[in-house]
Design a binder for this molecule. Structure first.
Ligand SMILES: Cc1cc2nc3c(=O)[nH]c(=O)nc-3n(C[C@H](O)[C@H](O)[C@H](O)COP(=O)(O)OP(=O)(O)OC[C@H]3O[C@@H](n4cnc5c(N)ncnc54)[C@H](O)[C@@H]3O)c2cc1C
Length: 365
């Protein structure tokens, strides 16, 4: 059986960052990743916040991201909020798609010579007093001192470890797709009785990116081009002659957090530990920071320079951070509701956030 000090299930951004942290600390780490390549289908994170850029800067790789993205000095919470006065040299957010972010992280991890078992899944594990036996979908087994689930919101590791995932069921779903239309669509944001919708141009392609609030919560099956067509007609009265899609996906406002980030020799990080709607663009960012908090601690414990109890500080420090993000995104979703009472509340929130102290408190807590 192949042995590694740490096995990471999932080579998304959280798993890649954690692997980089561990290998820099001299730990033998391997990633098991379901995808055969780092390519992503569909749209996910659109950028990096200040703190994530700071942690990448500490590793000397921030420039790799900065050179490819676009800088904005505002973050959004109901309204755009200026962050140019924040006490950091990265007082901005960086607009950069998750496919680029993952590619750059994967290149870095490749330079660090991390072992990646690609095109394979972790299908189960058994933990004992001295280690964890990890089973892969190709029948291979890996032995590790610790297993970290960085395997996303539907985390098999979290479920198999019996870690509860309490929270809030979804109330709203959104269709998101990249499509080709015969007619020019109505670009920009559009509000109606069901919520906010948006159609934007896709750079260097003749296609459009659509995000449509669905009239009813839909979770029943994977969405199709026909669903997008019907949703466009419901919102705009026409589907603009939609005829093809590069991808179609759906997300919801489901909000949940793992009750424990550690179960003996198994730990969770990133979306495996917390899921929330993508408003404010925070999921990827806090996953990377989970990885940075956990990395050095796990390295110290593996190298026996610190007691195992150091690992409990990971939950103690990172659980409250994600809990705050969950609260923040639930509030943002509520403020987007289109009824008149929510609009009145939104006007008051806008007035408050126009003042300095509430603005600072919210975006730089
Ligand atoms: C529409 C949308 C927009 C978003 N926008 C933003 C944004 O602007 N900013 C932001 O910060 N975040 C955003 N997010 C959230 C962000 O995409 C996630 O928080 C981020 O991808 C989490 O990274 P992760 O590595 O923890 O999990 P994931 O990215 O889900 O990666 C998990 C990895 O594990 C692999 N895997 C799963 N199961 C197994 C298994 N059993 N064995 C092996 N491998 C496995 C998967 O293939 C995947 O590569 C958005 C999300 C969505 C859906």
């Amino acid at each position: 059986m192949t042995e590694h000090a740490v096995v990471i299930a999932g080579g998304g951004p959280t798993g890649l960052m954690l692997a980089g942290e561990l290998v820099l600390a001299g730990v033998d780490v391997a990633i098991v990743e379901r995808r055969a390549s780092q390519d992503l289908t569909g749209s996910r994170a659109g950028g990096l916040h200040s703190r994530a850029i700071e942690v990448l800067d500490r590793r000397g790789i921030a420039d790799r991201f900065l050179s490819q993205g676009q800088v904005f000095q505002v973050v959004r919470f109901h309204i755009p909020l200026d962050i140019s006065d924040f006490p950091t040299r990265h007082n901005y957010v960086l607009g950069l798609g998750q496919n680029h972010i993952e590619r750059i992280l994967a290149e870095w991890v490749g330079e660090l010579a991390v072992t990646i078992y690609r095109g394979r899944e972790v299908t189960g594990f058994a933990q004992g007093d001295t280690g964890v036996d990890v089973t892969l979908s190709d029948g291979q087994s890996l032995r590790a001192e610790y297993l970290v689930g960085c395997d996303g919101g539907r985390s098999l590791i979290r479920k198999a470890a019996g870690i509860e995932f309490p929270g809030w069921d979804p109330t709203t779903s959104w269709l998101i797709a990249e499509v080709e239309t015969a007619e020019e669509p109505k670009w920009g944001f559009h509000r109606d009785a069901f919520g906010i919708h948006a159609i934007g141009r896709v750079e260097n392609a003749g296609s459009a990116r659509v995000v449509l609030t669905e009239q009813q919560l839909r979770l029943d099956r994977e969405p199709t081009l026909r669903d997008v067509s019907e949703a466009l007609v419901a919102v705009y009265g026409t589907d603009y002659g939609i005829y093809s899609s590069t991808w179609v996906s759906r997300f919801t406002d489901m909000t949940r957090q793992a009750a424990a980030y550690r179960e003996r020799r198994v730990l969770l990080a990133g979306d495996a530990a917390h899921v929330h709607p993508p408003v404010g663009g925070q999921g990827f960012n806090i996953g990377v920071q989970d990885a940075v908090n956990l990395g050095w601690k796990l390295a110290q414990v593996v190298k026996q320079t610190s007691p195992e109890s150091l690992l409990d500080t990971y939950h103690a420090e990172r659980h409250p951070v994600a809990a705050r993000v969950l609260r923040n995104t639930m509030a943002q979703v509520a403020l987007r509701r289109p009824d008149d009472r929510t609009k009145a509340l939104g006007d008051i929130v806008s007035d408050l956030l126009a003042m300095d102290e509430p603005r600072r408190r919210l975006v730089w807590p």
